[in-house]
Ligand binder design. Structure first.
Ligand SMILES: C[S@@+](CC[C@H](N)C(=O)[O-])C[C@H]1O[C@@H](n2cnc3c(N)ncnc32)[C@H](O)[C@@H]1O
Length: 286
């Protein structure tokens, strides 16, 4: 870590090399939009992956009171950003750590921010899908392959993308609700996108407009009498609980229980043993 001692007057250069991507700071308007779209609150735990001079994590602490951490490979940048956090008066809640984002543990994050590269986003994707439903992921400039964002924005010259880690609602469910004919629900899911149908005895009806945002699941079904039922629930493991309403009537509770196993909704994260044998194989091949 030879350069680390020089950081009292260390001046980073835009475009300087980094481990997997160069350093270019996100413009202020992009940083603001990223944190707005992630709806950062004081109770959040923000991680900026590849934190550069620390401006995203510092803004999250200063403007929203969130505890935030920047993970940055370059030790000079880590020292610089810790100094800037102190100067901004947020060192009690904002810190920076020298780390490789592909090795470091950021599983405690409720908000993950990044300005990396498309292929780096894709490498992170399996790990992101191990995080709790509702975790927000915001990326400056770059998408996540075929995982469509939940929200996009153009802020100045930059584009911002937001995803919410979805709960897994896939599989077969048994629906019970007072006053509703007993029904089976079946959802297939890729990322946050759902399709499904409901079975009321011999009647099969498509599930209309299923929408999943984190663990919040909303959908409609036309029941055997032709009435449209609107469901608004939360997925927690093998249970969905919430309310169901009919036009012009007060909402009443419903519950659904999963029968059997859910299907994977994204590619599986490699386990650490596989990673180390893969990197061993890669280094032997060199
Ligand atoms: C484009 S800059 C973004 C900086 C900051 N997040 C922002 O938006 O202003 C990317 C940063 O990632 C860092 N970086 C590159 N590869 C990394 C890795 N594997 N682990 C941690 N940091 C890395 C670079 O040193 C650089 O500071």
């Amino acid at each position: 870590m030879a350069g680390a001692q020089t950081s009292g007057n260390y001046e980073p250069q835009r475009g300087q090399a980094g481990k997997d991507v160069i350093w270019i700071p996100s413009p202020d308007e992009v940083v603001n939009r990223m944190l707005q779209m992630a709806e950062v609150k004081a109770s959040d735990r923000v991680f900026d992956l590849g934190s550069g001079d620390g401006k995203i994590a510092i803004a999250a602490g200063r403007n929203y009171g969130a505890r935030s951490t920047g993970l940055e490979f370059n030790p000079d940048m880590v020292q610089l950003s810790n100094r800037l956090a102190k100067e901004a008066g947020v060192a009690d809640k904002v810190n920076f750590r020298q780390a490789d984002i592909f090795v470091a543990d950021f599983s405690s994050a409720t908000v993950v921010t990044m300005y990396l590269l498309p292929e780096l986003n894709l490498r992170l994707r399996p790990k992101l899908f191990t995080m709790p439903p509702g975790t927000r992921v915001v990326s400056h400039s770059f998408t996540m392959g075929d995982w469509q964002p939940d929200e996009t924005a153009r802020a100045g010259t930059g584009e911002v993308f937001l995803w919410r880690i979805p709960a897994n609602a896939s599989g077969q469910w048994k629906l019970t609700a007072p006053g509703v004919a007993e029904a089976g629900l079946r959802f297939s899911q890729k990322y946050q996108m759902l399709e499904g149908d409901a079975e009321f005895g011999p009647l099969r009806a498509s599930i209309v407009q299923p929408r999943l945002s984190g663990d919040v699941l909303r959908f409609q079904v036309r029941d055997p009498s032709g009435v449209v039922l609107s469901f608004d629930g939360k997925v927690a493991g093998n249970r969905i609980t919430g309310t169901v309403s009919r036009p012009g009537q007060a909402a009443t509770p419903f519950q659904a229980t999963r029968e059997g196993e859910p299907s994977p909704i994204a590619e599986r994260a490699p386990d650490p043993a596989e990673l180390s044998s893969a990197s061993l194989a890669a280094s032997l091949a060199r």
